[in-house]
Design a binder for this molecule. Structure first.
Ligand code: HEM
Length: 511
C-alpha cells in the first residue's frame, strides 16, 4: 500500500513538473514554483538590460516579476510610455521612493534622491536655485574649458603621438568628469586626471570606490533583501567591498567639506599651480544658504554633496563614452558632425576650444541629435523604481496594490518600436532634427533619460553644455579608433558604464 502511495506522489510530481515546463518553455522568463523567476534573471545578469528589453517586447510593455516565495521581491516592470507618464506626472502623489529604496541606497543618506514629500520639495527648491545661478553657469563653462585645454587635450595629444598605444577612454573620461564635478562642488580639483602626467595613471581610491558601490547597489535590486543584508553584515559575496568603499568615499567627502570650510586650507591649495583658483563652489553656496536654518552640519553637507556627485559625475562620463563609441563606429555620422563644426567655425584653422561659446554650441544641432541618440540608446541611469502608496490602475490596465514596487526600464524604453518607430535600434541623429533644421522636442516621458515630471533631472541643461563642449573639443582634434576585438557591453551597475572599459587608439585629426 505504502509503495502505491509513493508511486502516486512521484507520478503527480512529474505531471506537475511537465505542465510547468510546457507552460514555461516558450516564455523568456519562466516562473518556477518556490524559486520564481530569479534563476533566469541571475543567468542573464551579464546582458540584463537587453534581456529586460526582450521581456518587455514579449509582454507588450508591462510585466509582473515574481521573485522567490516569501521574499517580498515581486514587482511590476514597464516600458510603456503612458504608464511612465502616469507614474511620474499624472499620479505622481501616489508614487514615492518607498522604504526599500532608502535601504538599498543607504549611501545617499538624507540627500535629495532619498527624500520624499515636503523634505524633498524643500531640498529641490534649494538645489534648483543654486544650480541655476548665473555665476555657477559661467563657472561650469570656464571649469570645462580650462581642464580641456590644459589637461585632457594635451594628454590625448601625447597618446596620439604614440600610434600603438591603447587607451581606456572610459577611465580617462571618468577621471576628467570626477575632477570637474569636485571643482564645481568643493572648489578644488583632486587631479585624478593630472595636469602633469606620466604614461601611467595611478588608481584613485575614491573614484574606484564609487564604481564598486554602484555595482553593489544594482545587485541589491535582484538579490532578496534578507540575503544582501546578511552579506553586508558579514562583508561577503557581492557586499564584500561595500564597507571599505563607503569608508574611502566618506573620508574623501569629509576632507573636501573641511577644505570648503577652512580658509587657511584653501589658501594652501590655491598656491599650487595645478589647482583651479575657483571662485564658485556649490558646497560653500549651500553653507551660506543653509546658515541659520539649522541644517548646516557636516552630515547634511556630505549627503548633499554626494548626491550631486553621484548625479553628475558618472552619468556624464558614461554618456560621453557611449557617444564616442557610437560616433567612432558610424563614420558617416562622424563626418557630418565634423562638417557641422567646420560650417560654424570662422576659419578652419581656428582653435575650437579657445573660440567655443554658448551661441556657437547652440547652432550645432547635428551633434545635439547625436547626444540625444546616445542618451536614448544608452541612458546612464538604465532603470528607476517607485513604490505605490495606494492601490491604482495603470493606463495599460495593470492593477497596482499598495506597497507594490513599479520599475520602469529607461534602457528598454529607448528601444521600443511603439515610441521610436521601426528604426528604433538605429543610431540616427536625424531623428531629432526637423525639416526646418531645429531640434524636435520629445516629451520627457518618452525620452526618459532625465526622468519625467516633478522629479525630473535638475542637471539636464548642464549636461548638454558639458557633453557638447567636451565632445566637440575632442572630436575636432582626434579620431578614436575602437580596438578590435574589444567587446563593448553594458556593465551591471546603477550607472550604465562599459563592462570592459572602452579601449581605443587615438589619432590626430587633420581638419
Ligand atoms: C547624462 C547626465 C544625467 C542624467 C542621464 C541624469 C538623469 C537623472 C535621472 C534619471 C534622475 C531621476 C532620479 C530619481 O528620481 O531617482 C535625475 C535626478 C536628478 N539629477 Fe540628474 N542626470 C544627469 C546629470 C545631472 C547633473 C550634471 C546634475 C547636477 C549636478 C544632476 C542633478 C540631478 C538632481 C539634483 C536630481 C534629483 C531630482 C529630484 O529628485 O527632484 N543630474 N537625474
Amino acid at each position: 500500500m505504502f509503495q502505491y502511495i509513493i508511486t502516486l506522489f512521484v507520478a503527480i510530481f512529474f505531471i506537475i513538473c511537465y505542465y510547468i515546463w510546457r507552460y514555461n518553455r516558450n516564455v523568456p522568463l519562466p516562473n518556477w514554483p518556490i524559486i520564481g523567476m530569479l534563476p533566469t534573471v541571475l543567468l542573464n545578469q551579464s546582458n540584463i538590460h537587453d534581456f529586460i528589453t526582450i521581456i518587455m517586447k514579449h509582454h507588450g510593455g508591462t510585466f509582473h516579476f515574481k521573485g522567490p516565495w516569501f521574499t517580498n521581491t515581486n514587482f511590476i516592470m514597464t516600458s510603456d510610455a503612458m504608464n511612465v507618464h502616469h507614474l511620474t506626472s499624472k499620479n505622481f502623489s501616489n508614487y514615492g521612493k518607498g522604504s526599500d529604496f532608502h535601504e538599498i541606497f543607504d549611501i545617499l543618506g538624507g540627500g535629495i534622491f532619498n527624500l520624499d514629500s515636503d523634505e524633498w520639495k524643500h531640498e529641490r527648491t534649494l538645489l534648483h536655485s543654486l544650480l541655476k545661478r548665473k555665476n555657477i553657469e559661467i563657472f561650469i563653462q570656464q571649469n570645462i574649458k580650462k581642464k580641456l585645454e590644459k589637461c585632457l587635450l594635451p594628454f590625448l595629444d601625447n597618446i596620439a603621438s604614440k600610434p600603438r598605444q591603447v587607451l581606456d577612454l572610459q577611465d580617462i573620461l571618468e577621471r576628467f568628469t570626477f575632477d570637474l564635478t569636485c571643482n564645481l562642488l568643493f572648489g578644488f580639483d583632486p587631479n585624478s586626471l593630472p595636469y602633469k602626467f606620466n604614461d601611467e595613471l595611478s588608481d584613485v581610491a575614491y573614484v574606484k570606490a564609487i564604481s564598486i558601490i554602484e555595482a553593489i547597489l544594482m545587485s541589491r535590486h535582484y538579490i532578496p533583501k534578507s540575503v544582501w543584508k546578511l552579506q553586508k553584515w558579514l562583508q561577503i559575496g557581492k557586499e564584500m567591498n561595500y564597507k571599505s568603499s563607503q569608508e574611502s568615499l566618506d573620508k574623501f567627502l569629509y576632507k573636501c567639506i573641511s577644505y570648503c570650510k577652512d580658509e587657511e586650507e584653501q589658501r594652501k591649495f590655491n598656491s599650487s599651480e595645478d589647482v583651479d583658483e575657483s571662485q564658485s563652489c556649490l558646497v560653500k553656496s549651500l553653507m551660506e544658504e543653509s546658515l541659520g536654518k539649522g541644517k548646516m552640519d557636516d552630515k547634511y553637507l556630505r549627503d548633499t554633496a554626494f548626491n550631486l556627485l553621484a548625479a553628475g559625475n558618472g552619468t556624464i562620463s558614461a554618456s560621453l563614452c557611449w557617444l564616442f563609441w557610437l560616433v567612432s563606429t558610424h563614420p558617416v555620422i562622424e563626418a557630418k558632425i565634423i562638417q557641422e563644426m567646420k560650417d560654424n567655425c570662422v576659419t578652419q584653422e581656428e582653435n575650437w576650444i579657445q573660440n567655443i561659446s554658448m551661441e556657437k554650441l547652440e547652432k550645432l544641432v547635428y551633434i545635439h541629435g547625436a547626444i540625444c541618440e546616445a542618451l536614448r540608446l544608452y541612458p546612464p541611469i538604465p532603470s528607476e523604481h517607485k513604490c505605490a502608496k495606494k492601490s491604482d490602475i495603470l493606463p495599460s490596465g495593470d492593477h497596482v496594490s499598495p506597497n507594490t514596487k513599479v520599475m520602469y526600464s529607461m534602457y528598454a524604453m529607448g528601444r521600443m518600436e511603439q515610441i521610436w518607430g521601426k528604426d528604433c535600434m538605429e543610431f540616427k541623429p536625424e531623428r531629432w532634427i526637423s525639416d526646418k533644421g531645429v531640434i524636435i522636442q520629445v516629451p520627457s516621458y518618452k525620452f526618459i533619460a532625465f526622468n519625467a515630471g516633478p522629479r525630473s533631472c535638475l542637471g539636464k541643461d548642464m549636461t548638454f553644455v558639458h557633453m557638447k563642449m567636451i565632445a566637440t573639443a575632442m572630436l575636432w582634434k582626434f579620431h578614436f579608433h575602437v580596438v578590435e576585438p574589444h567587446r563593448v557591453t553594458p556593465k551591471l551597475s546603477m550607472v550604465l558604464r562599459m563592462e570592459h572599459g572602452f579601449k581605443v587608439k587615438v589619432n590626430a585629426r587633420s581638419i
